[in-house]
Design a protein around this ligand. Sequence first.
Ligand SMILES: C[S@@+](CC[C@H](N)C(=O)[O-])C[C@H]1O[C@@H](n2cnc3c(N)ncnc32)[C@H](O)[C@@H]1O
Length: 231
Amino acid sequence: MDLLTTGDGSPTLVSPRYREGYHPREGARTQAERLFATLSGVSRLPDPRVIEVGFGLGINFLASLQTVRARGGTLFYLGLEPEPVPVAVLDRVLSGCRLAAGEAERLLLAWERGLDFVLTGEGYLLEVRFVSLDRAELPPGWADAVYYDPFSPKANPAAWSLANLAKAVQALRPGGVLVSYTVAGWVRRNLTRLGLVPDRVPAYGGKRHWLRARLVSGSGPERPPGEHKPA
Ligand SMILES: C[S@@+](CC[C@H](N)C(=O)[O-])C[C@H]1O[C@@H](n2cnc3c(N)ncnc32)[C@H](O)[C@@H]1O
C-alpha cells in the first residue's frame, strides 16, 4: 500500500479494493479537524461520545482527541473497522500525522494484536471493534455524533444501505448528529426518513459541501421506510 502526502502534509492511503483515498488529497488531518471533530460539534462538547463507521487509519480519532483534550474533556469513542490495515502501514501513517503522538504509539501496540480492544488514557476511552457496521451491535441512543466514513456511496454502496444508516441512527441520542463528506441526494432522503434533518454545510478543499444531519428530538427510525437508491 502506497502512502500519499496530502495538501496539509499529512499522509493517507489509496484503497486498492475501493479505488478511493482514505482521505481527500487536499488534507487528511484538515478534514478530520474541520469536518469530523468540528462540524459534528464534538470539539465543543465537554465529554463527547462518538461512533465511527470506518476507523481506517485513526486520523479522525486522533484529531478529535486532540481537540477534546485541549479543553480538559474526555472523549468516549467506538470505532468499527472490518478491514484493518497492517500495523506497519498504520505506523507510517501515524508517524507522519503529528497528532497526539503518545497515543499513536499505544494505538499501534493494541492494533498489532489483531483483536478488538479497549484503550484508556488521558482524556479518552477508545474501543475498536474489527467488524463492519452491518454485523456490529451498537449501544442505542448513546452517541452525540456518528462519523460516517466507510468510503463514498459510489465506491462502497453496500455500506450506505438504509439498514446500515438506520443502525447508525439508532445509536444516536436525540439531538445527536451524523456527519459525512457525501451530500448525495438519496443519502439525504434516507436520513430524512430516519428522522434526521440533513444540512449541506460549506466544505473545504475540493468539495463544495459536507453533510451534517441532526436527529430531531424524540424522533428516530421505528419502521424502515422504502429505500431511496442512486439512479
Ligand atoms: C475513508 S476510510 C476511513 C478513514 C478513517 N475514518 C480515518 O480517520 O483514518 C474508510 C474505512 O471504512 C472501512 N469500511 C468499509 N466498509 C465498512 C462498513 N460496512 N462498516 C464499517 N467500516 C467500513 C474501510 O475498511 C476503511 O478502513
